[in-house]
Each structure stands twice: as C-alpha cells, then as structure tokens.
Design a protein around this ligand. Structure first.
Ligand code: FDP
Length: 278
C-alpha cells in the first residue's frame, strides 16, 4: 500500500477512538501550545494518539503538530503536519470540531505547493472525512474506522449561500469591514467557531470563510502549516480559491513551523472581490 493511502487509513481508523475519548477530556490541560493558547486535555491526548499512529508508518519521514514545538524526525519520506483537534474550544459547548492533516513532499515548514494530499475529519452529528489528492476531493462517512464514499469529485456549488468570519468585529480592518458590508446583503451568516465545521459548510453550500488579519494581529490567528495550507489545498481542489489577502495561501512563503496567516477561502468570485476590496 502506498504511504499516502496508509496515512489516510490511519487517520480514518483513529477517528472513532479520538471521538470516543473526547467526553472525559473537556477540561483544560495545564499547558499552552506553541502559539500560546490554552490546551484542552483532549488536544494533548489526540496529539499523542496521532503522533504514535502516524510516526509508525513506514514512508513517513517527519511529523509535526500544532500542539508541539518541534518537528519529529521519524525516518525517510513524506512529512505529515496535523492539527489534532481543530476548534477544540468548542468541546466545552459541545459543538463541532475535528482533525486536519496535511501531507507534504518536503521537509517542514513547507510550501503549500509541496502538498500531495490533505484531509480533515469532522466530528459533527456524523463523523465524516474529506480527502483531497491528485486534484479531486471526496467526502466519506467514517464507519467503524473505515471510509465509505458519499460524494466523489466534490466541487463548490456555483451559487454561494453562507459566510462565516472570525475575529471580533471592532478589530476587523476597514477594508475587511467594507467587504463584509458588501457580501452580507447576498449571503447568510453561519459561524460555528471551528474552522473545519465552518469550511465544511462552505464546501456544502458555497460561500466564504475567513479568519482575517486583524488590527491587533495583522497575521490573523490560523496557522499556515497545520490549517491554512491543508484547507486551501482542499478548497482549491474543489474549484474554489484561497487567499492571504493578496495571493493563494499555497504561495505563501513558509518561514516557521507555527507561523500564522490571514485565511480567506471560498468561491472564486467571492475571493476575487475580497482581494480587490482589501
Ligand atoms: P480553536 O481555537 O478552538 O482551536 O485553530 C483555531 C480555531 O479554533 C479555529 O478552528 C477557529 O476557526 C478559530 O480558532 C476560532 O476562533 P475564535 O474563537 O476567535 O472565533
């Protein structure tokens, strides 16, 4: 079996265990992650679980996680970057969250152009997994750790419906606020606070997700290696666009492992308009 297939299978097979372990891990851990955010016990546990599963795969050369400082060298081959529990602050209120995986054919930190696949598991009412590789996107239902395809060649619907933007409104830049004024007449607000869930809505209904650069934090909140690049790869493979405000996220120069980046993803026309307004 190809290394890429093994990585995808291991993430799918881990999903029921990770989901099953969430209930007892809704408290804060005593640690902060390398970005200075409070970790939940579930973040630490999912990180350790996936580290052990993914570094054991022959053909995985590097492993990195949003929850740990440094890259782990584990052999020769592909580099795997994960956000073990994206949206984990949602665990307290029992809203959606999930796991993001980016597979790069280059040492980390790597350019989005080095991605050979990316995927996310969404712990919603149903556990689903969306996988982008070789230019196509497939949505699966995860059943007993196995993948059952439900939508092949997934593409963004042409008539966009939803938008969801992070950051406090008074902290948005004037350019971003002008963009919001424009599109809120056309689209419906749906923001759940987990990037995975919010982007899954965009993939399902069409629209735009953003966690923009803020006045207090021009680099935004989301991490390029673990969140921006993998989700951009999925959206672009599904016929949409990604942007840091000026260019595709996949073209952003990687400078450090935990580097943040403004993230805007969605239907191409909506991202074109965003870039001309910012
Ligand atoms: P979380 O901190 O809960 O892990 O990765 C960061 C992230 O969630 C994204 O999933 C989400 O889009 C964003 O932060 C939510 O931030 P806000 O609480 O500022 O809306």
């Amino acid at each position: 079996m190809e290394t890429l297939d093994k990585i995808i299978d291991v993430v799918a097979a881990s999903a029921p265990d990770i989901r099953g372990g969430l209930a007892g891990r809704r408290r804060k851990a005593d640690e902060e992650n390398p970005s200075g955010e409070t970790q939940m016990a579930a973040d630490v546990w999912a990180d350790e679980y996936l580290e052990s599963e993914l570094t054991a795969i022959e053909g995985v050369g590097e492993f990195a996680s949003e929850e740990r400082e440094d890259v782990i060298d584990c052999g020769e081959g592909l580099s795997v970057a994960i956000d073990p529990l994206d949206g984990s602050s949602n665990i307290k209120s029992n809203n959606s969250m999930g796991t993001i995986v980016g597979v790069y054919d280059a040492p980390l930190p790597a350019s989005g152009r080095d991605l050979v696949a990316s995927a996310y598991v969404l712990f919603g009412p149903i556990t689903t997994m969306v996988v982008a590789r070789a230019g196509t996107v497939t949505e699966y239902v995860v059943e007993d750790g196995n993948l059952r395809p439900v939508k092949k060649d997934l593409t963004l619907p042409h008539d966009p419906v939803v938008y969801g933007f992070g950051g406090r409104v008074p902290d948005w830049t004037d350019g971003f606020a002008d963009y919001v004024d424009e599109i809120e007449d056309e689209l419906k607000l749906r923001y759940g606070g987990a990037m995975i869930g919010d982007i899954n809505q965009v993939l399902t209904y069409g629209g735009v997700f953003a966690y923009p650069g803020l006045q207090s934090r021009p680099e935004g909140k989301l991490r390029l290696q673990f969140e921006g690049n993998p989700m951009a790869y999925i959206l672009e493979s599904a016929g949409g666009r990604s942007s840091d405000g000026e260019q595709s996220l996949l073209d952003v120069e990687p400078e450090s492992l935990h580097q943040r980046v403004p993230v805007h993803l969605g239907n191409d026309d909506l991202i074109d308009r965003l870039e001309s307004t910012l």
